[in-house]
Ligand binder design. Structure first.
Ligand SMILES: Cc1cc2nc3c(=O)[nH]c(=O)nc-3n(C[C@H](O)[C@H](O)[C@H](O)COP(=O)(O)O)c2cc1C
Length: 178
């Protein structure tokens, strides 16, 4: 069976660890699964005045991508023990119009990556809370501490070098295919 998984990254940083883990996912995905990253850098800050029947182009594209996806990966940092603005912003846009938002009833793998070994749990809980409130199922919720030691990039090829993490990601992707 084929499936398309949409990946959304909650960091705009060039060398983002969360972007790196998303880049490593295709190599870990089960047969038939395609992982497509949506570029969230063009999404404007949420403004209810712009959330009309003709929203900004980037929002039309975001909502279409979410609607068409069989499942979703969200990889986000934890900022100040909570959800970074970038992540909250794309979630808020995709959650509207009220009760008609496309970000609902989706099977989601949530990853919170950062450099500190034991962190991420607060950001994970905060993000999961919002996704669950919207009616999604978070089938995998994983903090990836010490991410810079577990994910490497050589000549543009990103790999998960930590075998435990690689297996957790494989397992999470299988749950997205179900
Ligand atoms: C405003 C801000 C707040 C942060 N707060 C936390 C935090 O609460 N916990 C944590 O583990 N890391 C925190 N960090 C560090 C991020 O985890 C780190 O910058 C991470 O690399 C960001 O993800 P990225 O590599 O995908 O950009 C914070 C970073 C910034 C810029």
């Amino acid at each position: 069976m084929t499936s398309t998984v949409l990946a959304l990254v909650g960091s705009l940083r060039k060398n983002s660890m969360n972007a790196m883990i998303v880049a490593a996912l295709p190599a870990l995905a089960p047969n038939g699964m395609t992982i497509v990253e949506f570029d969230v850098s063009q999404i404007p800050l949420y403004n209810q005045d712009d959330d009309t029947d003709t929203p900004p182009e980037a929002i039309v594209a975001l909502r279409a991508a979410v609607a068409e996806a069989d499942a979703i990966v969200i990889a986000t940092p934890e900022y100040n023990h909570s959800i970074p603005a970038v992540t909250k912003n794309f979630i808020d846009w995709a959650s509207r119009p009220f009760m008609k938002g496309v970000l609902t009833k989706k099977n989601i793998m949530l990853l919170v990556c950062g450099p500190v070994d034991s962190s991420g749990s607060h950001g994970l809980a905060a993000t999961r809370e919002v996704l669950t409130l919207l009616g999604n199922t978070v089938s995998t919720a994983l903090t990836v501490g010490g991410a810079h030691k577990k994910i490497t990039s050589t000549d543009g090829v990103v790999s998960v070098v930590d075998s435990d993490l690689a297996q957790q990601l494989r397992d999470g992707l299988v749950l997205l295919a179900d």
